[in-house]
Design a protein around this ligand. Structure first.
Ligand code: TMP
Length: 236
């Protein structure tokens, strides 16, 4: 496999073409961003930690029957992935009130929700990723009704798998964001990453934040938290 030109530069990852049109290289960077790119930071090795964490989670989800873009780890920072067309939809699952949900609806952070909540946002930085309903997603032709039903079912299944995984390493999965893409045959694959950048993870008993909220809220100990999440998953 030969790595070729840069196809896409995201906030914390780059995607490169390869000599195989159906396969890309995804390279994690050490960058950390928050507030839709308005707050920037980094620490050495952050990309490698997220690569480790996301690879472990994607491999775990694959064994649970979830179809993903993941092919194999190349090195500390790089992964071989199936090339997908990313659907312009951010899928958020919440188990416990936090973040924008707490702010928008006036619900105290930490209140368990009666049921796992599925939320959608239009993936558009310029518009600030506005929250949309399932009807918006179909009317705006972001996805078909069939794709949305499939994505919703897979997202809830991922929530159940991940809640159990994190519970075993003494972490509570508060919420997370995932993205999906369509592969060469039009099939829907889980894409992007699942890391402390894209999840809220709290220590099961003490409630200590072990995710990007440490950066967003200037709590310090960002690197230590990411390293701890990676080590716990690796040692499980
Ligand atoms: P929120 O409470 O800010 O809406 O975030 C919900 C979850 O989604 C949280 O785990 C962080 C994650 N998320 C992203 O990964 N990227 C984003 O752009 C946003 C808004 C949230």
């Amino acid at each position: 496999m030969e790595k070729r030109e840069l196809l896409y530069r995201g906030k914390a990852k780059d995607i490169y073409a390869t000599d195989n049109p159906d396969v890309c290289v995804m390279r994690y960077r050490d960058d950390l961003t928050a507030l839709n790119g308005g707050k920037k930071g980094s620490f050495p090795g952050k990309g490698a930690l997220n690569r480790r964490i996301s690879d472990m989670i994607f491999a775990f989800l694959e064994t649970g029957g979830v179809k993903t873009h993941f092919i194999k780890t190349i090195n500390e920072y790089e992964v071989l992935i199936r090339k997908v067309h990313i659907l312009p939809l951010e899928v958020i699952v919440r188990n416990i009130a936090a973040g924008s949900f707490s702010k928008k609806y006036g619900v105290p952070e930490g209140k368990p929700l009666k049921m796992a909540l599925l939320e959608f946002s239009l993936k558009d930085d310029a518009l600030g990723d506005p929250m949309i309903s399932p009807s918006h997603a179909i009317a705006l032709e972001l996805v078909t009704e069939e794709q949305l039903n499939q994505i919703s079912g897979v997202a809830m299944g991922i929530n159940n798998l991940l809640k159990a995984l994190f519970d075993r390493v003494n972490l509570t999965l508060v919420d997370f964001k995932i993205e999906f893409g369509t592969g060469s045959g039009g099939n829907i694959l889980l894409a992007d990453e699942i890391t402390p950048d894209t999840c809220r993870l709290w220590e099961k008993d003490a409630g200590v934040k072990m995710d990007k909220d440490r950066f967003r809220q200037d709590l310090g100990g960002v690197e230590e938290a990411y390293r701890e999440v990676a080590n716990r998953l690796a040692n499980y």
